[in-house]
Design a protein around this ligand. Structure first.
Ligand SMILES: [Zn+2]
Length: 113
């Protein structure tokens, strides 16, 4: 499962931050997941719980913030919302879109102690 390795990288980031910022427990993680990232929120919740067991983030809450996909339409010269990576522009129907946002996953905020 792809999400499991994402959770492992996430835990790695938490541990690195704990070392550099001097906290010992993670209570809440706010995670932004882009609509075009292909990451499944439910699988992340499951993976997070499994991966963090017995770590500094044991029992931590995972709050997922869904970020809508965005792309730049060359025809319209503007940013348009997209649901899927190879969608057409909702305004002009062009496929000349460049994804500009919502295609990744990142930590937005941490609650630590
Ligand atoms: Zn367009």
């Amino acid at each position: 499962m792809h999400e499991m390795s994402l959770c492992e990288s996430l835990l790695q980031i938490l541990e690195d931050n704990a070392r550099s910022q001097g906290f010992t427990r993670v209570k809440t993680v706010w995670l932004e997941i882009g609509g075009l990232s292909g990451v499944e929120t439910q699988a992340m919740h499951f993976g997070f719980e499994v991966v963090t067991r017995g770590t500094l983030a044991d029992q931590a809450k995972l709050e997922v913030i869904a970020v809508p996909g965005q792309a730049w339409c060359i025809q319209c010269s503007k940013t348009v919302p997209v649901q899927q990576r190879f969608d057409a522009c909702p305004d002009c129907g062009s496929y000349q879109l460049q994804v500009t946002g919502g295609d990744d996953m990142k930590i937005k905020e941490l609650e630590v102690e």
